[in-house]
Design a protein around this ligand. Structure first.
Ligand code: FAD
Length: 318
């Protein structure tokens, strides 16, 4: 019995959410009195794989094959399940990222495992885990009674915890069925160099109060100064002011950054569903009665076109 964590790479590098997943998996391994292995798929340098030892992984299975160079849901799930079998792991941890959301249920089916997605805390004694439910509007405590368990951890929920461990790297070449490679991603073209929204620690978000796409310059400038990702409300992406990939909420992405700055967004329940687990919420709205103020940690009642340039000027002055 051991714990396995899948470490998702992007262009050969691990993001913070991976180190969070490793830290979380290590804490579970310690609870269970067992060791932690990781599985990495795709081309990752050994120096990057060694980083996983900082957070408690004692072994990493390195899977490198041409047909697995780019992410393929079905094939990656098969590899993770084979890695779990090889390591005798009955608990598999992944990050609940875009790809993690697709992988976790597939891995669970392959291992006949119970699944918890959107976990935000460690399991308690009877393996009950707190997780987000109803599009982030509530928390649920779910108990896994199955022998095998798959847990997808929400980004920014657990934090990164250093736990230096000697790590060994082992090549692993499981057989992948051709049916798992029916669809192959040939090339991934990066659309932007900006901070990725699901992993961002700070998010600057705009709503219909910003009047039109021509006014997003100040949102982007503020985001750049803070090292933040940009997001928006649904009507904004519906109107093509911003790309749909930035739409947060019940029908968009659910995020939980350390700081969420909402500019000209009313705070409708469907929007809050995707952002209410942010650690600190700052609302800028000219209507003091806007519902968003009820969940805000800090609020500025004022015209965004006056307030935001002043914040930008103050940040530049520092
Ligand atoms: P508005 O509601 O128009 O609010 C604009 C705000 O800007 C107002 O509060 C106003 O006071 C303020 N404002 C105006 N001018 C200024 C200014 N100069 N300075 C400062 N403040 C200003 N919405 C989402 O966002 N995400 C979702 O995932 C989502 N899913 C949905 C699913 C369903 C099934 C349904 C029915 C709706 C969904 N919606 C979603 C839509 C949601 O109900 C709201 O209509 C939407 O969130 C409102 O967007 P908004 O706050 O940008 O716009």
């Amino acid at each position: 019995m051991s714990v396995l964590v899948y470490v998702e790479q992007v262009e050969g590098k691990f993001k913070k959410s991976v180190f969070e997943a490793v830290s979380y998996a290590k804490a579970i391994a310690d609870q269970q009195g067992t060791s932690l292995s990781a599985v990495s798929i795709g081309n990752v340098a050994d120096s990057e794989l060694n980083e996983l030892g900082k957070y408690g992984a004692s072994k990493v299975l390195k899977v490198e094959a041409d047909q697995l160079k780019n992410f393929v849901n079905q094939a990656y799930a098969a590899v993770i399940a084979e890695a779990a079998k090889k390591e005798g792991a009955n608990i598999v941890v992944l990050s609940n990222s875009f790809s993690g959301k697709g992988l976790a249920p597939r891995v669970a089916v392959k291992l006949e495992a119970g699944l918890i997605d959107g976990a935000v805390d460690l399991p308690t004694g009877d393996f009950s885990v707190k997780k987000t439910a109803f599009s982030g509007k509530a928390f649920a405590i779910t108990t896994l009674t199955s022998a095998n368990k798959v847990i997808a951890l929400n980004p920014n929920a657990f934090g990164v915890k250093e736990n230096h461990t000697n790590i060994t790297i082992e090549a692993f070449s499981p057989e992948v069925k051709s049916s798992d490679l029916a669809a192959i991603v040939k090339e991934i073209v990066r659309a932007t160099n900006k901070v990725s929204l699901p992993d961002a620690e700070i998010v600057v978000s705009g709503g219909r109060g910003l009047k039109g796409p021509e006014n997003w310059g100040m949102v982007e400038e503020l985001a750049d100064l803070l090292g933040a990702a940009t997001a928006c409300s649904k009507p904004v992406s519906d109107a093509d002011w911003r790309p749909h990939s930035e739409h947060v909420g019940q029908t968009g992405i659910a995020i939980s950054p350390n700081l969420y700055i909402a500019i000209g967004i009313s705070g409708a329940i469907q929007h809050l569903a995707g952002v209410s687990s942010s650690k600190v919420i700052v609302v800028i709205n000219k209507d003091a009665e806007a519902p968003f103020f009820k969940v805000a940690d800090y609020g500025i009642v004022g015209d965004a076109f006056e307030v935001v340039p002043k914040i930008i000027a103050a940040l530049k002055a520092h």
